[in-house]
Design a protein around this ligand. Structure first.
Ligand SMILES: [Zn+2]
Length: 111
């Protein structure tokens, strides 16, 4: 049985490999698990450097995955992960979108 949100490493330690999707790593806390557990920011193709918040994993492009947690987002910003992984900064308005999205989902989880 899989515990929701359980780390892929602990699943592997228990000899369980049930993920039938690509594994990704959180740019904040470093947790590894199936990509559908993460949300992401994408640098859209076409060379414009345009960045999109992509919680539904719809877009193509070089992307930055992270847990749907404010804490992980803050950590990855502090580490300059967007510059390192996407070669692009996240514009302020997208940062604000992400923060309000995360504060909403965290509030829902707490109730
Ligand atoms: Zn994380």
């Amino acid at each position: 049985m899989r515990v929701p949100g359980e780390d892929i490493d602990s699943l592997n330690n228990r000899g369980i490999n049930i993920l039938n999707e690509p594994v990704r790593r959180c740019a904040g806390c470093g947790k590894k698990t199936g990509k559908s557990e993460f949300i992401r920011v994408v640098r859209l193709p076409g060379g414009t450097g345009e960045v999109a918040f992509d919680p539904e994993l719809k877009f193509e492009g070089r992307s930055l995955y992270f847990c749907p947690k404010l804490e992980c987002f803050k950590t990855l910003m502090r580490r300059k992960a967007p510059e390192k992984l996407m070669k692009q900064i996240i514009p302020d308005f997208i940062r604000d979108n992400i923060k309000s999205y995360l504060s909403q989902t965290e509030r829902v989880q707490m109730t």
